[in-house]
Design a protein around this ligand. Structure first.
Ligand code: ARG
Length: 565
C-alpha cells in the first residue's frame, strides 16, 4: 500500500481547503508511539514564509482533514501534526490482500528503463570476495526494480581485454590442449604460472607482446585462443552465480571487448567537443581545472578503462535507451565514475535527463579490520567461501532438528547462502563490511536465519492448525494495529529502497517486522485453548500476511525460505 503518498494527498487537499499554498508536502514516519503513526512537520516551514504562527497553521490544516484512512489527528509542540491511522481502514486493506501474490505492492507510476551494471569480474583471474558484494547488491537492485515495474537491463561488464591476455593465451597455447584444460581449473594459479614464464623467458615475453597486437588486429588463431580462455573463465563465474542464486546469464554479458570498435569514435567525439588536450603524447580531458587529467588514450595509442566506460555510457544511453544507469561498483572507483559521468554529459554522449549513479559499496574486512584474505594472505576464492557457508549452516541446523539427508542439503544451502547474502545486504552499503561467520549464522539479531526461522515457525502454526484459513482480520489492540501497519508499509519500504538503491532499507524493515511479530505472537497466542474462533482466525491471517511479506522480501534479496529449520 502506498500509504505515504495517500497521506501526502490528504494533507495537500486540507491545505487547499484552508487556502494555504504549499509546494512540497511530505509526511514522515512518527519517531515515537505517542506521536501517532505518521507526522507532518511542514507547518513550521510554512510559518516562516507566511509569517504566521505555526500552531495556528497546523490547527487550520487539521480542521480540513477528512478521510477514512485517518482516525485521529493532533497538533503537538511547536506545530507538529500527529496522525493515527484508522483500524478499520487498516484491516480492510489487509483483508483485500490476503491472497495477493504481490502482498499489496503495486507498480510505480513512472517506470523507467534501467541499466544495472554489476558483478563485472575480470577474466584473467578467479572471481574473489571483492566481486561478491557487487553481485549480491546488484542482483537485489535489479530484482527490486523489476518487481516494482521498471524495465531492467542487466549488464555484466566483464574485464576481458587488455595486455595481460597476450601472456595468458601464449601460455595457453604452450600448455597444449590437455595441459591447458587441467591448469585452467585454477585461474589464479594459471595467471601466476604464466607470469613466471613471462618474467623468465625473453622469447615467451616477446611472443606474449606479439599476441596482444595480434588479438587487437583480429588474428583468427589468437582470437580463437582468447575466446577459449574467456569461455573457461566465464564458466567459473557461472558456477559461482548458480551457487549464489544470482540471476546473471551469458546473455547479460557485455564485455569490455564489445566496446573496442567504438573507442576511436569516443576520442573523435571528445575532440570535436573541444574537450581533448594533448599532454606529452597522451590524450587527456581536464575537468574543473583539475591538475590530474583523465587519460583516454595513451601515447602508444592504447585505450584505458575510462575510454571503455565512456563508450559504454553512450551505448547504454543511445542504444539501450536507458533513463537510469546504475553502476554497482566498489567505492574506491568513486573518482573514476564521477569523472566519466561528467565527461559523458559534457560531450553529450548521454542526454541530460539520464540519471547516472555510482552505487558504491565498501570493502569486505576480516575481524582484525583488514581486507578479507586467506590465512596465508592470498585472496579468498568465492566458491570456497560459499561452500564453507553451507557446511557451517549444516552444522548449525543439525543440532536442532532432524532432517532427511535431502532436506538437510536444501535447508543448509538456503541458510548458508542466505547468511552470506543477508550479512552483505543488511549493512549500509557504503560502509566497510566486517565478515563474521558467527554473526551471520546467528538465530538472533538482524540475520537471514532470524527471518527464515520466523517464517518456518509461522508455517508450523499453519501445519498444526491444519485447516484452510478463512475469516477476516479485525484489529483488537495496539500491537495488532502496529503489526497491521507494518505489513502495509512494505510497499513504501520497497519504493524507498529502489530510489536510494539501498537493500539495507529492506532488511531493516524485515527485522522490525519480525521483531514486532514475535512480540505480537508472545502476547496474543494463536492456537491456545480458549482463544475465540474469530480472534484465532484474525490472528492466523495476520501471521499469514507477515509470512507472505517475509517470503517476498527475502525473495527480492535473493534468499530462499524453508518450511522447517
Ligand atoms: N572489472 C571491474 C573491476 O573488477 C569492474 C567493472 C565495473 N563496471 C564498469 N562499467 N566499470 O574492478
Amino acid at each position: 500500500m502506498k500509504i505515504k503518498s495517500q497521506l501526502n494527498r490528504i494533507i495537500k487537499k486540507a491545505l487547499e481547503s484552508a487556502n494555504i499554498e504549499a509546494s512540497d508536502v511530505i509526511v514522515s514516519d512518527a519517531t515515537k508511539a505517542e506521536f501517532g503513526d505518521y507526522q507532518f512537520n511542514g507547518a513550521m516551514k510554512l510559518a516562516r514564509t507566511l509569517r504566521r504562527n505555526p500552531r495556528e497553521i497546523a490547527l487550520d490544516i487539521i480542521k480540513h482533514i477528512d478521510s477514512p484512512i485517518v482516525a485521529k489527528v493532533e497538533v503537538a509542540g511547536a506545530g507538529f501534526i500527529n496522525i493515527w491511522l484508522d483500524d478499520e481502514w487498516l484491516s480492510n486493506s489487509l483483508n483485500s490482500i490476503i491472497d495477493d501474490k504481490r502482498v499489496g505492492v503495486g507498480f510505480i507510476e513512472n517506470p523507467k528503463r534501467v541499466v544495472v551494471d554489476y558483478s563485472g569480474p575480470n577474466m584473467a583471474k578467479q572471481m574473489h570476495v571483492g566481486h561478491l558484494r557487487s553481485s549480491i547488491i546488484g542482483d537485489t537492485l535489479a530484482t527490486l526494480l523489476e518487481f516494482l515495474g521498471d524495465e531492467v537491463i542487466r549488464q555484466n561488464h566483464i574485464g576481458d581485454w587488455g595486455t595481460q591476455f597476450g601472456m595468458l593465451i601464449a601460455y595457453l597455447e604452450e600448455q597444449g590442449e590437455e595441459g591447458a584444460s587441467k591448469n585452467l581449473q585454477d585461474l589464479e594459479q594459471f595467471y601466476k604460472d604464466a607470469k613466471v614464464r613471462f618474467d623468465q623467458s625473453e622469447e615467451f615475453a616477446n611472443k606474449a607482446r606479439e599476441y596482444v597486437v595480434k588479438i587487437q588486429q583480429g588474428d583468427p588463431h589468437c582470437l580463437n585462443l582468447w575466446q577459449k580462455f574467456i569461455d573457461t573463465s566465464l564458466s567459473h563465474c557461472e558456477e559461482v552465480y548458480r551457487k549464489l542464486g544470482v540471476k546473471l546469464t551469458k546473455d547479460d554479458v557485455r564485455a569490455e571487448s564489445f566496446y573496442n570498435p567504438q573507442l576511436p569514435k569516443v576520442i573523435k567525439t571528445l575532440e570535436e567537443k573541444g574537450l581533448l588536450v594533448d599532454s606529452s603524447g597522451a590524450k587527456c580531458v581536464f575537468l574543473d581545472n583539475s591538475d590530474t587529467p583523465v587519460i583516454v588514450q595513451k601515447g602508444d595509442g592504447g585505450y584505458l578503462y575510462a575510454t571503455t566506460d565512456l563508450a559504454g555510457l553512450e551505448f547504454r544511453a543511445k542504444e539501450l535507451k536507458a533513463n537510469r544507469v546504475c553502476y554497482v561498483v566498489d567505492a574506491r572507483q568513486g573518482e573514476h565514475f564521477k569523472q566519466v559521468f561528467k565527461i559523458a554529459k559534457l560531450a553529450s554522449m548521454v542526454g541530460e535527463g539520464v540519471a547516472l549513479e555510482h552505487i558504491a559499496f565498501g570493502t569486505m574486512m576480516d575481524k582484525s579490520g583488514k581486507p578479507f584474505k586467506t590465512r596465508d594472505g592470498g585472496t579468498v576464492k568465492l566458491i570456497d567461501l560459499l561452500d564453507e557457508a553451507v557446511v557451517r549452516a549444516k552444522e548449525t541446523i543439525k543440532k536442532r532438528n532432524s532432517h532427511s539427508e535431502n532436506e538437510l542439503e536444501k535447508v543448509s544451502s538456503a541458510i548458508g547462502i542466505g547468511a552470506v547474502k543477508y550479512a552483505d545486504l543488511s549493512i549500509s552499503r557504503e560502509s566497510n563490511y566486517l565478515f563474521s561467520w558467527d554473526k551471520m549464522l546467528s538465530f538472533d539479531g538482524n540475520t537471514a536465519l532470524y527471518m527464515q526461522y520466523a517464517y518456518a515457525r509461522i508455517q508450523s502454526i499453519f501445519k498444526k492448525y491444519n485447516r484452510k484459513l478463512d475469516g477476516k482480520i479485525v484489529i483488537k489492540d495496539s500491537l495488532e494495529h502496529k503489526l497491521a501497519l507494518m505489513i502495509l508499509k512494505f510497499e513504501d519500504t520497497l519504493i524507498k529502497a529502489s530510489i536510494d538503491a539501498t537493500p539495507h532499507t529492506i532488511t531493516a524493515y524485515l527485522y522490525d517486522l519480525v521483531t514486532l511479530f514475535m512480540k505480537f505472537y508472545e502476547q496474543n497466542p494463536i492456537l491456545k485453548d480458549g482463544v475465540e474462533e474469530d480472534i484465532k482466525k484474525s490472528r492466523l491471517l495476520l501471521a499469514k500476511l507477515t509470512s507472505n511479506v517475509i517470503k517476498k522480501g527475502l525473495e527480492i534479496l535473493g534468499i530462499e525460505v524453508v518450511d522447517k529449520i
